[in-house]
Design a protein around this ligand. Structure first.
Ligand SMILES: [Zn+2]
Length: 377
């Protein structure tokens, strides 16, 4: 048996009282985060030491904070601490930012303390401070699960969601894995991925298709009087288009991941930093909008569930520059070169060649870790 964590996200249907509580909680969380950050900065400027502050210290002065779930506030403290840790550890990570009322996500996270957070039945959940809230629990959750935390969020169009982080025990699934039954995927900005056979993922670019509509709706919004009734209505409409696109994308990603997990024993992908890629290659839109990072996470989960493996290839391996036929490395290759010819005479499609290399490297990698005995099967 092994412990697994999984997130389950469901739509919430709060009544007006619940809605008010959620909106207040989002505000309290944003407030405490910003207040603690501001005080830390001030304290540091005065004393050159780090201030150790907690949400509890602020409840006397700002009594309305007592209305919020105290664990939600405590989680803001943890998030802030983590932001500072990331900043000190990695210079590329910027200094913690204030959460803006307009642009930050409306969300808070609470923890389960012996049953304070629960899934009551497939129509109701239980939350601290407000009790039972209507919810559509549309996916079965493993028996004997333990809820660790719940994150409540609201989208731009006004919908509420709850995401449970659930821990459960699962029997170790041991299936014989054949490394030849494997596939190498190279991340490709226009095509989502190209595999070692040169096949492109049939990725529908919903975002591009919906973009025309989005642009038209946004233009309408721009012409409206700021914060008028019509403006607010239109703003919701724009958010809805965004959400539809995001949902379609997630749906496609889930299906694609499931189909690959069923078909292959091993999937090899590059261990790349997606956010870094979006910035450095100036491919911002398509890199961010097609969610390859999310795809890898979901694929890994689906494969693990059925005893298969997603293997990440180390970042330093030059999968695009290496000739998959003779192993020569073409250091001249630039990001704009979609095709190239190696010194051995082989003509390469950049992404296809990388896919082959990723698969070959992956097979070598797992042969080293599993020993050669398994090759026979
Ligand atoms: Zn070559």
């Amino acid at each position: 048996m092994s412990k697994r964590n999984k997130a389950y996200k469901f739509r919430l249907y709060p009544n007006p009282e619940h809605t008010l509580f959620f909106v207040k909680s989002f505000g309290c969380c944003r407030f405490i985060f910003n207040k603690m950050l501001a005080d830390k900065i001030q304290h540091y400027q005065n004393t050159k030491t780090m201030l150790k502050n907690t949400p509890a210290q602020y409840k006397e002065e700002y009594t309305w904070l007592k209305e919020a779930d105290s664990l939600a506030l405590a989680n803001e403290q943890l998030t802030l601490q983590q932001a500072f840790r990331n900043f000190f550890r990695d210079k590329k990570t910027g200094f913690p930012k204030f959460k803006s009322k307009k642009h930050s996500r409306r969300t808070y996270t609470t923890n389960n303390q012996s049953g304070t957070v629960a899934i009551v039945d497939n129509r109701h959940v239980k939350l601290p401070k407000i009790g039972i809230v209507r919810c559509i629990v549309h996916r079965p959750i493993p028996q004997d699960h333990k809820i660790k935390s719940a994150t409540i969020s609201q989208t731009g169009s006004g919908k509420f969601y709850i995401s449970f982080l659930v821990e459960y025990e699962q029997e170790e699934i041991v299936v014989p894995l054949d490394k030849e039954n494997s596939i190498g995927l190279d991340y490709s900005s226009p095509n989502f991925y190209v595999d070692d056979q040169g096949r492109e993922a049939n990725y529908p670019r919903y975002y591009r298709k919906a973009q025309k509509r989005l642009a038209a709706e946004q233009q309408k919004l721009a012409r409206m009087k700021l914060n008028s009734n019509n403006y607010l209505k239109q703003k919701k409409k724009v958010a809805k288009v965004h959400e539809t696109v995001a949902n379609q994308r997630l749906d496609w990603i889930r299906k694609e991941a499931l189909s690959l997990a069923r078909k292959y024993d091993y999937v090899f992908v590059e261990d790349i930093n997606m956010r870094g890629l979006a910035g450095s290659l100036r491919l911002g839109k398509s890199t961010n909008d097609n969610g390859f990072g999310m795809f890898r996470t979901i694929l890994e989960q689906k494969m693990e569930e059925i005893g298969k493996k997603l293997v990440k290839i180390p970042r330093f391996y030059p999968s695009s520059m290496t000739c998959s036929v003779c192993n020569a490395v073409n250091k001249e290759l630039t990001l704009d070169d979609r095709t190239w010819t190696c010194i051995c005479g082989t003509f390469h499609n950049r992404d296809h060649n990388a896919g082959v290399n990723i698969r070959n490297y992956g097979i070598t990698l797992i042969s080293r870790t599993t020993g050669t005995a398994e090759i026979a099967c």
